[in-house]
Design a protein. Structure first.
Length: 398
């Protein structure tokens, strides 16, 4: 029996120092319970004393063994005793008994205190920091990521970085007009014709991407040109132009080569240094974004242009014209597509995708209209096709 009592006492000492796997002391041995009962000390009081002793030892052991916790402990103590967790509170006891150590409670309380120490969210009026409105001209340029004034001086690292950013190639490059290839097809076999039509839509998508790049890096001043209807006998290029505006990216087929060369000459001779830089970067961007086959075809025409009339605008125009050339075979293929749309309508598209159908139909019609090949009958074909769908509400609109 003495041996058993000694073993129980030794085991109890180790349990108090180390705690069980959940971070709390084990139940006292039976010998100590009997001893407490004989001295008429309630078991609840004894357990409370043991729990408080364990928590205090754990606190001292953590702070001494982990210096990085000392700072948190000091910060927590700086709050004041009235803000420390009440170890005698039943709720705190339940947290300790759930396996959480004192450090967990301290960290949680510190985080809670930090959240309440954050400044209050400012009201909406604090966002209005300007006393006067910005000019409309400055707001109109919000789409420009790199302004001409910020290109940098040629030869500097800033200039080189900006040029690399502005002229890197598109993910899908401009390609040679493969849709010009057509073949003799039997009635109802429109697979090749449909491929031609999809190629045209793909070209228009690439042009949109290029147009967006031009707006972002401030090239649109040189890409929007007037009509060549002024005094062409004047030695001053400014007298050659009217005040109209034609966007080269969207309406290149409405321009003439003579008009383009005269505009490029005006840029080279009379425009600012930033506009001349924009012209050079535009040339590099279109060149980098073109396939080898397209570059070869464009260079055949570009090399014949006088050097004073060469630049980004001229190269872009020749590239756009080469990407899309309206031949009689291509025109007939477009007419076949519109007749097919009249009979099959939106129902021929997966899920009756109106957005895809409208993009293709508008792409075809715009190319035909640019060459004065869009007839009134084609409008009827489009309206008939729009009415062929399962949606009664959409169908009744047409």
């Amino acid at each position: 029996m003495p041996t058993s009592t000694h073993d129980d006492t030794e085991r109890r000492r180790m349990d108090v120092e180390m705690g069980d796997s959940f971070g709390m002391p084990l139940e006292p041995p039976a010998s100590e319970i009997r001893e407490r009962n004989r001295s008429r000390v309630p078991l609840e009081t004894f357990m409370e004393e043991q729990r408080e002793t364990f928590i205090q030892e754990q606190q001292q052991r953590r702070v001494s063994n982990h210096p990085w916790e000392q700072k948190i402990h000091e910060d927590h103590n700086s709050y004041g005793d009235d803000q420390l967790p009440n170890l005698n509170d039943p709720e705190e006891d339940s947290l300790a008994g759930s396996g959480r150590g004192l450090f967990d409670d301290l960290a949680s309380d510190r985080d809670h205190k930090s959240q309440h120490s954050l400044p209050a969210v400012q009201n909406q009026s604090s966002k209005f920091v300007l006393d006067e409105d910005l000019p409309d001209s400055e707001i109109a340029n919000v789409d420009i990521a790199l302004k001409k004034a910020d290109y940098g001086e040629p030869g500097t690292s800033e200039y080189q970085k900006n040029m690399a950013m502005a002229t890197y190639a598109l993910a899908e490059k401009f390609g040679v007009a493969s849709h010009r290839v057509s073949s003799n097809l039997e009635e109802g076999d429109h697979s090749s014709k449909q491929y031609i039509q999809q190629t045209i839509v793909g070209i228009l998508d690439r042009v949109k991407e290029g147009h967006q790049r031009a707006k972002m890096v401030d090239w649109m001043d040189i890409c929007v040109l007037p009509k060549l209807t002024g005094d062409l006998r004047s030695l001053n290029p400014v007298d050659w132009w009217d005040n109209s505006e034609t966007n080269l990216w969207t309406d290149w087929d409405r321009c003439t080569l003579t008009q383009i060369k005269a505009w490029q000459y005006s840029i080279n001779k009379r425009f600012s240094a930033q506009d001349r830089t924009a012209s050079t970067w535009l040339y590099l961007f279109v060149y980098n974004s073109s396939t080898h086959a397209l570059r070869t075809e464009v260079s055949k025409k570009y090399d014949r242009v006088q050097k004073t009339q060469r630049g980004g605008v001229c190269y872009l125009y020749l590239t756009l014209c080469e990407m899309f050339q309206m031949s009689r075979e291509v025109k007939d293929t477009m007419y076949t597509f519109l007749r097919l749309f009249r009979t099959k309508g939106i129902g021929r598209y997966t899920g009756e995708n109106v957005l895809k159908a409208s993009g293709e139909v508008l792409g075809i019609c715009k190319r035909l209209e640019a060459t004065n090949a869009l007839l009134d009958d084609h409008l009827y074909d489009v309206l008939c096709g729009l009415s062929i769908c399962t949606s009664a509400r959409f169908r009744d609109t047409f």
